[in-house]
Design a protein around this ligand. Structure first.
Ligand code: PEP
Length: 255
């Protein structure tokens, strides 16, 4: 991953909430206030059509560009899909894969998520692999089992030669957009479960240097500190609270 691996990672997932103009405007406001922030790795993930505009805004700044999804092939007859090679061409560095909204609405399976993870890595992009249990799975006592299955399946056949990075985001599906994050100790417990799975897949030095674990789900100014710099957690994926420049800037300034 980057030499700044020890810095907290904050990703803003704007989902499909903003127009191109609104995305560029928000990127400008965030960049104006935060581009001199050197102690945090910041990533903006706009909707696909806004990537070129936001890329222009963050160019030569310390803020990185992320995409919200990717296809599992680099080129070919795949109408409507977006290639990881094209994302790279646009200056994208991170790509979200396996977000629960895609698993739910687009019926993405563990195999699809694994294919996307491999394709992203093949282009030198850093996958932000999202895993998390639904409320029903949690109530059935299946939380850790679901997380372990999702991580194991998504990383089947994945190797991380030096220079490549991976982020695993624990995002409990039932708290996303709810305004109520999980208790930090629960997020930390789940991060330990994820770490245990990673230990069976990658050498310890790779986990140490190239993999980051983060939390996502109703992160806001009041709770962000509890999820960052709390090993093994070292960052957050932020949805709703990243849509207002003021709120997002306040949030990052908590760190
Ligand atoms: C998300 O969907 O990735 C997310 C973290 O959303 P929110 O912060 O709105 O819960």
């Amino acid at each position: 991953m980057s030499p700044s691996h020890n810095k907290p990672l904050v990703l803003a997932n704007w989902k499909m909430n903003l127009s191109v103009r609104q995305s560029v405007d928000l990127a400008r406001r965030v960049t104006r206030s935060l581009s001199r922030t050197t102690k945090i790795d910041l990533v903006l993930c706009p909707t696909f059509p806004a990537l070129p505009g936001v890329a222009e805004v963050v160019k030569r700044k310390s803020i990185a560009l992320g995409a919200q999804d990717v296809f599992w092939k680099a080129a070919g007859p795949y109408t409507g899909e977006v290639s990881p090679a094209v994302l790279r061409e646009l200056g994208v560095k991170y790509v979200i894969v396996g977000h629960s909204e895609r698993r739910q609405y687009l019926k993405e399976t563990d195999i699809v998520v694994q294919q996307k993870t491999l394709a992203a890595l093949a282009q030198g992009l850093i996958p932000v692999l999202c895993v998390g249990e639904t409320f029903a799975e949690r109530q059935a006592g299946q939380k850790d089992v679901v997380i372990m299955r999702q991580v194991t399946a998504a990383l089947k056949g994945v190797t991380l030669p030096s220079g490549l990075g991976l982020v695993v985001a624990y995002e409990p599906v039932w708290v996303i957009g709810s305004g109520q994050a999980v208790e930090p100790r629960e997020a930390l417990h789940t991060a330990q479960v994820i770490r245990q799975v990673l230990i069976d897949i990658f050498p310890p030095s790779v986990i140490e240097r190239q993999v980051r674990l983060i939390y996502g789900g109703s992160v806001d100014t009041t709770n962000i500190a509890a999820f960052v710099r709390q090993p093994p957690l070292s960052g957050v994926l932020v949805g709703g609270a990243s849509l207002s420049a003021k709120q997002f800037i306040d949030l990052v300034r908590q760190l």
